[in-house]
Design a protein around this ligand. Structure first.
Ligand code: ZN
Ligand code: ZN
Length: 283
């Protein structure tokens, strides 16, 4: 079993107080994981002056800055000190478990200075890059059922992949690209038919090319509908060589969930464990 590189606990703004790091570690040990990474959400509801200055200073407007950020109820800053103290306690209590510190940075290409300020406040070993929203009419809008009710389903995916390429090219702060087809979680099968990866092959490949050229890892996210072996082959064909397994658990009992299936898919696509048990898997 690989390391679970994407776990949330009560330190994330959207995760229940009962979801403690301790319980997540106990679960990881119980199911035989070699390690886990606590990648708490780092999201923002406004731009700092430095963010805007950095975005404006980028030549050629590589990333058009949205004019507004849509409602993001509940988003709160990460308590870096409390988080890191908890990580240290867990490392003492679970010495045989490799416990990786980290964050899941939401839209890091749009908040470069704000993300850097969080990373500068402590020691973080792993950064996931995530896109949870797309720009609609100038507003950064969360992807959810409401967005799919408003726009054509294929159109949502096209826009998502286009913005994801901007994220990958526009931010070097992260090591792993999380849930590369996140809107798939909300895909309206009743209206649009079953989700077909092949409908978006060129879009996936464009994202993978950008990510592979910068030497980063692709996540197999087991909270999302599971990627196919074909999808992971596209990743490899576009130059990608590392995959990271992430449950995206927001509850301790979901740590490592569906990893047996994810491992089968990765193996079918030709990926194998790295040198150390907690390394990324590689081709
Ligand atoms: Zn996420
Ligand atoms: Zn997550």
């Amino acid at each position: 079993m690989p390391t679970d590189n994407h776990v949330h606990t009560r330190w994330s703004w959207d995760t229940a107080a009962s979801s403690s790091m301790r319980l997540a570690c106990a679960r990881a040990v119980a199911i035989g994981l070699p390690g886990l990474a606590f990648t708490e959400h780092v999201d923002f509801t406004e731009w700092s002056q430095q963010d805007s200055a950095e975005l404006a200073g980028r030549s050629g407007t590589v990333i058009p800055q949205p004019t507004r950020i849509g409602a993001r109820p509940g988003v709160a800053p990460l308590d870096v000190e409390g988080y890191l103290a908890d990580v240290a306690r867990c490392r003492d209590e679970f010495p045989d478990l490799r416990i990786v510190s980290g964050i899941e940075a939401g839209e890091p290409h749009l908040f470069p200075a704000s993300v850097a300020a969080v990373l500068g406040a402590g020691e973080f070993e792993r950064v996931l890059g995530s896109l949870h929203g797309i720009v609609c009419d100038g507003t950064l809008t969360g992807v959810d059922d409401a967005l799919f009710a408003r726009l054509d389903a294929h159109q949502v995916m096209h826009r998502y992949f286009a913005d994801l390429v901007l994220l990958v090219n526009g931010s070097s702060v992260f090591n792993v690209l999380a849930h590369c087809d996140y809107p798939r979680r909300y895909w309206p099968t009743a209206r649009a038919g079953a989700y077909a990866e092949t409908d978006f092959e060129e879009h996936y490949r464009a994202v993978f090319r950008a990510l592979a050229s910068s030497g980063r890892a692709l996540e197999i996210n087991t909270s999302s509908p599971l990627a196919s072996a074909d999808l992971l082959r596209w990743w490899w064909q576009e130059g990608g060589d590392a995959v990271s397994f992430g449950s995206d658990a927001h509850r301790p009992f979901r740590v490592g969930e569906h990893f047996d299936l994810a491992v089968d898919v990765a193996e079918a696509a030709g990926f194998r464990p790295g040198r150390e048990r907690f390394d990324f898997w590689r081709r």
